[in-house]
Ligand binder design. Structure first.
Ligand code: MTE
Length: 323
């Protein structure tokens, strides 16, 4: 029996376009109208406290020592602003998913680490966190929708996890995956996304010191809406690379196809490095809106991290590095 459900591209734009596309199309193409539109979507006041679980079993590890190597010239985004302006499609397409995300059960939680490694394992999140060298880092964060924030993440370099599982020489990529369909994640009932949320890096990108797996934010365990208990942060790439609530990390020989790439490959590719000179097919990436009222500022190539990461791409100039 063939059951034909309408595909995304057959539905009206307002009904189907993921919010990053839809809002941006309406408001971000430039000019005053665009600024007005994004300002209207940024909450001015807290709607919900940043709900780190009071009983988090690793709470004693926070705040972690701050690594001063990476400094940021911008003021920190207010904690309540960051905690109430999120993308977490498993809980809905609005930015106001913080409340819905409180349904995410973050303990017990285990992470499968498999694929091309010497030591595949399934590890309990608390054991993992306690084994890893936690530290705090303040990074710029740039969403492909042209909004940005500056926040103190707590986490550890992916390289430390690689040292634990020992990737084989044949491992060329790292694939990371969020939980699969769950009754408490209403956004996953949406028929036009291909769950689970998947992202990936090359092994060189993953081993770069800037690439971290995040467990906390603002000196505390991360609240659920930020991707507790474990999410990726790669600050020179657009924010959609930063997969949340990871349950599986696989080392592979083949390049993974990510969530957005599968949905709209013409607009969201594998590399997704920030570049103000390369517009998204439907809007400019030249500037970004600092959420919480910081105004609009120029976007920097590699989100300002070029001095650290540009060498990763010197032999890849013929690839689509910027989308
Ligand atoms: N991870 C999952 N599992 N689901 C998502 O919808 N959204 C991505 C990324 N990670 C997303 C995700 C996008 S588009 C962005 S911009 C960031 O998370 C937002 O992170 P924040 O809500 O902590 O600011």
């Amino acid at each position: 029996m063939l059951i034909r459900s309408k595909r995304g591209w057959e539905l009206p734009e307002s009904a189907v376009t993921p919010e990053p596309l839809y809002l941006s199309r309406r408001g971000l193409i430039g000019g005053a109208a665009g600024l007005a539109a994004i300002s209207a979507t940024v909450p001015a006041a807290p709607a919900l406290a940043q709900a780190a679980p009071a009983t988090d079993p690793t709470a004693d590890l926070y705040p972690a020592r701050r690594n001063a190597s990476y400094t940021v010239e911008r003021p920190l985004t207010a904690e309540d602003v960051a905690a109430n302006y999120n993308n977490f499609y498993e809980f809905g397409t609005s930015k106001r998913v913080a409340r819905a995300a409180q349904a995410l059960p973050i303990r017990p939680w285990s992470v499968v680490i498999d694929g091309l490694v010497e030591k595949p394992q399934t590890i309990d999140i608390d054991s993992l966190i306690r084994r890893m060298p936690l530290e705090e880092r303040v990074y710029r964060f740039r969403c492909v929708e042209a909004w940005a924030m500056t926040v103190p993440w707590t986490g550890f370099p992916i390289k430390a996890l690689m040292d634990m599982v020992q990737p084989l020489g044949s491992a060329k990529f790292v694939r990371m995956e969020t939980f699969g369909a769950q009754p408490w994640a209403p956004g996953m009932r949406s028929p036009w996304y291909s769950w689970p949320y998947v992202e990936g890096l090359t092994i060189d990108e993953a081993a770069h010191d800037l690439s971290i797996l995040v467990t906390g934010i603002y000196g505390k365990p991360a609240p659920r809406q930020h991707g507790a208990p474990l999410r990726l942060i790669v600050p020179w790439k657009y924010g959609f690379k930063a997969v949340k609530s990871i349950v599986r990390i696989s080392f592979t020989s083949e390049r993974p196809v990510s969530f957005w790439e599968r949905l709209q490959g013409g607009e969201y590719g594998f590399w997704a490095n920030v570049n103000p000179a390369v517009a998204h097919p439907r809007w400019s990436q030249a500037t970004e809106e600092l959420i919480g009222g910081g105004g609009r500022v120029p976007t920097q190539i590699y989100n300002g991290y070029g001095e650290y990461v540009a060498p990763l791409y010197k032999d890849r100039q013929n690839e689509r590095l910027w989308a």
